[in-house]
Design a protein. Structure first.
Lengths: 119, 111
């Protein structure tokens, strides 16, 4: 089946620095990708929808200037956490629609996630 | 988005069947019912989806109530690797869709 690869899987950074997380669709093209974040013991929260060649659509309450999303190609979306602070420490997960499993439904394939720790 | 209600947690023994229920009484007539699961420290994994009829695949079966207001995910023989949080998510089949996760059910499998 379709595979979504995320990199890095873990990153530790100092407060005030920026961190970029990559999400790649392997062997398939993804015009739309989704970014989620998950705090410990909590469910996934959708942050934004990333559309290839256009601006991302952010969910209510998500700061677009803090979480920069770029989807410059059909296989790559990036999430940059700018001026990171300890409260941004979280598990970030991306996903893309798996057209191979579509059959009229919108089935998503998820990456393994990227754990960000801001010191 | 349709609201879902799932038990917070369930427990099973290895090699026994598990029935994970989900209530989605406000589901739209065109929404598919998706099930995903998330193993510890991993991204979610697709399990199964259906619209009206019951569905089977290599991972599980999905039983959908006739009125579509509830569904049950069936793991025929639970293994330790099935221990995960299971999410039931009604989702539009249209182009303007997004997957909204609820709290899910934490399944514990005892050896």
């Amino acid at each position: 089946g379709a595979v979504v690869s995320q990199h890095p899987s873990r990153v530790i950074c100092k407060s005030g620095t920026s961190v970029k997380i990559e999400c790649r669709s392997l062997d398939f093209q993804a015009t739309t990708m989704f970014w989620y974040r998950q705090f410990p013991k909590k469910s996934l929260m959708l942050m934004a929808t990333s559309n290839e060649g256009s601006k991302a659509t952010y969910e209510q309450g998500v700061e677009k200037d803090k979480f920069l999303i770029n989807h410059a190609s059909l296989t790559l979306s990036t999430l940059t956490v700018t001026s990171a602070h300890p409260e941004d420490s979280s598990f970030y997960i991306c996903s893309a629609r798996d057209w191979g499993l579509a059959s009229g439904a919108n089935v998503l394939t998820f990456g393994a996630g990227s754990r960000l720790t801001v010191l | 988005d349709a609201k879902t209600t799932q038990p917070n947690s369930m427990e099973s023994n290895e090699e026994e069947p598990v029935h994970l229920p989900c209530n989605h009484s406000t589901i739209s007539g065109t929404d598919y019912i998706h099930w995903y699961r998330q193993l510890p420290s991993q991204g979610p994994e697709y399990v199964i989806h259906g619209l009206t009829s019951n569905v089977n695949n290599r991972m599980a079966s999905l039983a959908i109530a006739e009125d579509r207001k509830s569904s049950t995910l069936i793991l025929h023989r639970a293994t330790l690797r099935d221990a995960a949080v299971y999410y039931c998510i009604p989702t539009s089949g249209g182009s303007n869709y997004k997957l909204t996760f609820g709290k899910g059910t934490l399944l514990t499998v005892n050896p």
